[in-house]
Design a protein around this ligand. Structure first.
Ligand code: AMP
Length: 459
C-alpha cells in the first residue's frame, strides 16, 4: 500500500520517497488514518517500528492549511523521556516536513535555554521537549500551551519509569481540553493505561497483535551467509542439528529442483514441491512428507499456501520472501496450536531489503546466529529501519550496487542515556500558575470540551 492511499499529500510523500520509504510499516498503516481523523490514539509500539512517522506524518498533513502560530504558541507538543530521543524525533520531523511549510524545534535540558526562548518568540508548529526543560520555560513564560492542538506522549512507559508522571500532568493542565492526544509506549503496564484513560478522549487502541509478530511459540533465528554457500550451510545445519524434518521455502521452481539435487548428493532426502510438478507427484510428496517418510520438502511460496501440516517442527527460509505477510504466513506453518516450532532463515545480502520489510512488520529484529566456517564475505547489515539513504544518491557502477546498498544501513543504536532526566522533574512542584494571553483561535475539534474525563493524577 503506498503512502498516498493513507491520505498523505504530495509534499509529504515526496519527502518519504527521498528517504527511501517505499511503503508504510504496520504501525503507520494502522495509525495514520486514525490520527488524520483527529482521534486520540494509544499505541503499543517500540522504537524501530516506524512509530515516529506514524504520528508525525498525519499531523503534518492535518496542519498543512493552517495559519502560522502566534508568538510563543505551540501547535503540537511531543514529550520525550530523554534528550537523545527528543533530538532523534526532531531530526525525523525535519526530514518529513522537508517540503512543508511547518516549523519544528527541540527543547531539552543540559544546554543554554537562550536560543530555545528565542526560537519560541515566533511560535512553533512542532515542539519536541523533555518534561523538565519544558516546565522550566513554561514557568518563565517563554511559551504557552493554551493553543495546543495535539499532544504526543512518546515512550510513555519509560516516562513513567523515570518518574515524570507529575510533570506530565502539570504540562497537561496547561493544554486545552479539546486537544488531540496520542500516546505511544513499548509496553502497556497499568499505570500507562491509567494515564491514557485519565487524559485521553475515547482513544483508539492500536497495538501490533500476535498475528503481526508471529506466533510466540515459534523460535525464530537467522544466519547470514553468502549466497553461493547457502546449500552447503543448509546441509551442515541439517546434519549438525540432527534435523529430522523441515519445510524449506525457496524463491524459484528451478532453485527448488537444484537444491533437492544438491541435498540428495549430500545424503539428505528432499523433494521439490512447486506448480511445475504434476498434481499427482505433488500429492504423493505431500503425503509422504506428512507421514514423516519424506524428511524435507522444498517448496516455492505459492505452492506452499494452504499447506496444513500437523506438528511441523520447523520451516526454513532458504530465500526470504518479498512480502512480509508471506513471511508471517510461512512461519505460521510451524508452532501450530501451541506446539513448539522453529523458523530458520538463511540470509544473504540479496535478501536484505526483504529482511527490512519483515523485521519492520514483526516489530523486532530477528535473532542472528553465527555458524562457524560460514562467516559471509559479504556482510549483511543489522537492523532495517535505520535506513539513512543519501539525499542525492550518486550514480554507481552497476556491478558495485549490491555491495554498496548495504553500506547505507546503520546498526540501531543500543540503549539511551538515562542521565538526561533532569532536576526539574522533582522541583517542579514549586511552579507558579501563569496567566496566558487570551487565545484568538477557535477550535474546530469534534471533541466536546465538557466531556474531558476526570484526571485523578491531577488531584
Ligand atoms: P522509529 O520507530 O520511528 O524510531 O523509526 C525507526 C527507523 O525506521 C527510522 O530510522 C526511520 O527513518 C525508519 N522508517 C520509518 N518508517 C519507515 C518506512 N516506512 N520505511 C523505511 N524506513 C522507515
Amino acid at each position: 500500500m503506498p503512502f498516498t492511499s493513507l491520505g498523505l499529500s504530495e509534499p509529504i510523500c515526496r519527502a518519504l520517497s527521498d528517504l527511501g520509504y517505499s511503503k508504510p510499516t504496520s504501525i503507520q498503516t494502522r495509525a495514520i488514518p486514525v490520527v488524520l481523523q483527529g482521534e486520540d490514539v494509544i499505541a503499543t509500539a517500540q522504537t524501530g517500528t516506524g512509530k515516529t512517522a506514524s504520528f508525525v506524518l498525519p499531523l503534518l498533513e492535518a496542519f498543512q492549511a493552517k495559519e502560522p502560530m502566534r508568538g510563543k504558541r505551540v501547535r503540537c507538543l511531543i514529550l520525550s523521556p530523554t534528550r537523545e530521543l527528543a533530538e532523534q524525533l526532531h531530526k525525523n520531523i525535519q526530514q518529513y516536513a522537508r517540503y512543508c511549510d511547518q516549523s519544528s524545534m527541540v527543547m531539552v535540558g543540559g544546554v543554554d535555554s537562550g536560543p530555545q526562548k528565542e526560537a519560541l518568540i515566533k511560535g512553533v508548529d512542532f515542539l519536541v521537549a523533555t518534561p523538565g526543560r519544558l516546565i522550566d520555560l513554561l514557568h518563565q513564560r517563554a511559551l504557552y500551551l493554551d493553543e495546543l492542538e495535539a499532544l504526543v506522549i512518546d515512550e510513555a512507559d519509560k516516562m513513567l519509569d523515570m518518574g515524570f508522571i507529575d510533570d506530565i500532568n502539570r504540562i497537561i493542565e496547561r493544554t486545552p481540553e479539546d486537544r488531540q492526544s496520542l500516546l505511544f509506549s513499548a509496553t502497556m503496564p497499568p499505570p500507562v493505561r491509567q494515564l491514557a484513560k485519565s487524559t485521553m478522549y475515547r482513544p483508539k487502541d492500536i497495538s501490533i497483535d500476535a498475528q503481526h509478530r508471529g506466533a510466540d511459540t515459534v523460535e525464530q533465528w537467522l544466519v547470514a551467509v553468502d549466497k553461493d554457500t547457502k546449500s552447503t550451510l543448509l546441509s551442515h545445519l541439517i546434519k549438525e542439528n540432527d534435523w529430522q524434518q523441515g519445510l524449506i521455502f525457496i524463491e524459484t521452481k528451478h532453485g527448488a529442483a537444484k537444491l533437492a539435487e544438491q541435498l540428495g548428493k549430500r545424503g539428505i532426502e528432499a523433494e521439490a514441491f512447486h506448480s511445475g510438478k504434476s498434481q499427482a507427484s505433488r500429492e504423493r510428496a505431500l503425503e509422504e512428507f506428512k507421514a514423516g517418510k519424506l524428511p524435507f520438502l522444498i517448496a516455492t511460496g505459492i505452492a506452499a499456501r494452504g499447506l496444513d501440516i500437523e506438528a511441523l517442527p520447523r520451516v526454513i527460509n532458504y530465500d526470504l520472501p518479498f512480502d512480509s505477510d508471506e513471511f508471517i504466513h510461512r512461519i505460521g506453518r510451524t508452532g501450530r496450536a501451541g506446539a513448539k516450532g522453529e523458523a530458520v532463515s538463511l540470509l544473504s545480502l540479496d535478501d536484505f531489503k526483504n529482511l527490512c520489510a519483515i523485521e519492520s512488520r514483526l516489530g523486532h529484529i530477528i535473532e542472528r546466529r553465527e555458524i562457524e566456517g560460514f562467516t559471509p564475505r559479504k556482510e549483511v547489515p543489522i537492523s532495517i529501519l535505520n535506513y539513512q539513504p543519501k539525499n542525492k544518491p550518486k550514480a554507481k557502477p552497476k556491478k558495485d550496487r549490491a555491495g554498496k546498498q548495504g553500506a547505507d544501513f546503520k546498526p540501531a543504536s543500543k540503549g539511551r542515556n538515562k542521565s538526561s532526566q533532569n532536576a526539574w522533574s522533582k522541583s517542579s512542584s514549586t511552579e507558579t500558575s501563569h496567566q496566558g494571553e487570551p487565545s484568538s483561535r477557535t477550535y474546530d475539534s469534534k471533541k466536546p470540551k465538557s466531556k474531558k474525563p476526570f484526571n485523578p493524577w491531577l488531584k
